[in-house]
Structures are given as C-alpha cells and as structure tokens.
Design a protein around this ligand. Sequence first.
Ligand code: NAG
Length: 385
Amino acid sequence: MDSNSLSQCIVIFFLLSIWSTLHVHCKSNIFTVSQSKAKTDIKQALLDAWKKACAINGGTIRVAKGNYQLSDVEFLGPCNGKTRFQLNGNLIAPAVPTPNLDHWIMFRDMNQLTIHGRGTLDGNGASYWKTTHSTTISSLKLEHVNKVNIRNIHSINSKKFHFNVHNCNSVTIKNIRATAPADSPNTDGIHIRKSNNIRIIGATIATGDDCISIGDGVTNMNITGVNCGPGHGISIGSLGKYHGEEDVRSIRVTNCNFKNTENGLRIKTFGPSPPGLVSDITFEGNVVNNVGNPIIIDQHYCPESNCGGGGGDSSVAINGVKFIDVRGSSGAATGVKVDCSRSHPCKGIELRGVSLTFNGKPTNAVCSSADVKFLGGNQTPSRCS
Ligand SMILES: *[C@@H]1O[C@H](CO)[C@@H](O)[C@H](O)[C@H]1NC(C)=O
C-alpha cells in the first residue's frame, strides 16, 4: 500500500469511527417503550427506560404510539442532566387506583425535565367518581421538580386533579388539554401549590371543577390564553383551611376565555381561618360567556359544614387585586361579588374597563367590607350597589 492510499484509508477509517460513535450516541439517548414490550402493565418497562434515560445528560424516554395499561409509576431523580419524557401513545389507568397513592404518574426530585407529545393520559375516572374517597389522586404530579416544560399532553378523565404541581420552581405548561365531564367531582385541570415562577400558556381545559386552582405558597405566576369551560373557573384558593399556609403573591391572569363556567375570576378563602395573605393579583383582558360569577372574591368560603359553624370571617387578608378589561355575559344579575371579611376587609380592589351584562342588561356589583374602586368611568357595573 503506497503512502497516499494508506492516508486515504486512515481518513476513511477515521470518518467511519466518528460516524459510528455519533450513530450509537444518538440512538442510545432515546429509550423507547413500545407495544411489543408492554402487553399488560407498562410500569416496569417505563421504570427500566427511565433508569437509562435518567443516567445520562439528555436522555429521552419515549412511549411509542399505541394504547398501554399502566397501574401507576413514580419517576425519581435526581438525573444526570436534562431528561425528556415523550408521550406519543395513550396511557390508561386502572379503574381502581393503587391504594394509598396520591398520584397515578409522578415525577419527583429532579431538574430540567421536559414532558411532551401528542399522546393522552387517560385517568379512567368514571367509576371512581361514583365512590366516596378522601385521597386526591392526580393523573400527573410533579413534586420537587425545577425547570420543567410540559407541552401538548392531553389528560382525560382524571380520577381527581389532572395536573398537580407541588414544591416546584420554574415551570412552563404550554398548550396542554384537560378534559372531563362537567359533573365529575374535583377534576381540577391544573392545581399549583408552594411553587414559584410558573407560566401557563394556551391551555384548553374543560372539567368538573376549577380549570386552574392556585393553592398557598404560589408566587410569580402568569396564566395566559387559557380556554376554560365547562368548569368552575380560575381560582386563587381555597386558602385558609390549614394552619401555616404560605402567602400567595404576584399572580397574573391575562387573555383567557371562560364559557359556561360556574365562576370566572375567583379568590376564595375559608371563613373563619388562620392568618394569611393574598397580594398583587391582576386579571386583565379576560372574556366571559354565560359565566355564573364572572368576578368573585369570597372571604366566607365554607363548602361543607366543617368550617367551625361556617360563614365566619376569614383572616386571610386580600390586598391589591386589579380587574382590567373583563367583558362579556354573566349568567346572573350580579356580575361582581366582593364579599370580604369584617376582621380583614379587602384592600385595594380596582376595576377598570369592566363590561358585564346579563340578558343584555347591565349587571350589578355587590360588595361588603371592601375598598373597591371603579376607575376610568364608563363601566358595567359602575359602582357597588
Ligand atoms: C410574568 O409577567 C410579568 C409581567 O409581564 C413578568 O415581569 C414576570 O417575569 C413573568 N413571570 C413569569 C414566571 O413568566
């Protein structure tokens, strides 16, 4: 072999080895669970794939197209870098849930997680809704996860909550869908608690309870472009049920649509309650269509008779709430209800550019123990009656 062809050979060998390294490397980042491997419960196949994906930076666990039974699963971190869960298929929960679990699928203790795909999470909740139960089972729960992206996933018929975000930081939820019948109990679309820096963008939520519910300890959260209905609206609270709840601060709900919902924009705190605080809340550019209570602040919330007699005054203070450019049709004559507590009157409630009608006529505003300002003139309603 002359030196020229020797060097050619070396170059070719070199290129081949780069190619094969890349090839193996690319392929080995994705761990696919597919039909052939999972005829019955997919749980162990998912856990095996997770173990491999979590061990490398940039690992992807992929569920291929198809329908799969899944009893329950917990994906535990920390992982060795970014991790991705790509759902192309449909996961189906058993009718009877695993006892003593508050989730069907859980991701816990990790950073940099992406969950995406056109697949569905089918919580199979129909028979569960008819039974009495106390556990809040979420179809997808995130616990102690930071830097999370959830995109496009469609959750249907969750046993209780569809998506539950707890103790997380920096979460973006984009274009998800959550669907359950209007009369299914506690099927909140997205529930968030004790989490910061949250964005919810462009969701479509039609369920039997709150489209989005915001529990204690949530700060800096933006919700925008959400289509809600049927359901109970977007709710801050309920708060004040337990001792030691953390404050809720800096929440913005913008450009959302509500259709045939029980409520639109709501803040609810138990009365009576331990102390707490809700502050710096903005609702702007939201449209309602046949909504029961388009704007409602309720500091005497007591859904069952377990609130110390009920109807007491909440000690969760509400300070600084703006309703800007909220318009459309109310399902009742009262468009604005601000029912605050005598011991902790609401402060800094502002309405600007609000236009709410009932059967084509102006709605009224009912206010108690509240400092409510109607700013800028030309509003419906224009004052508390
Ligand atoms: C929410 O919006 C506000 C105002 O536009 C912005 O300052 C804040 O950083 C946003 N927060 C998140 C988590 O995106």
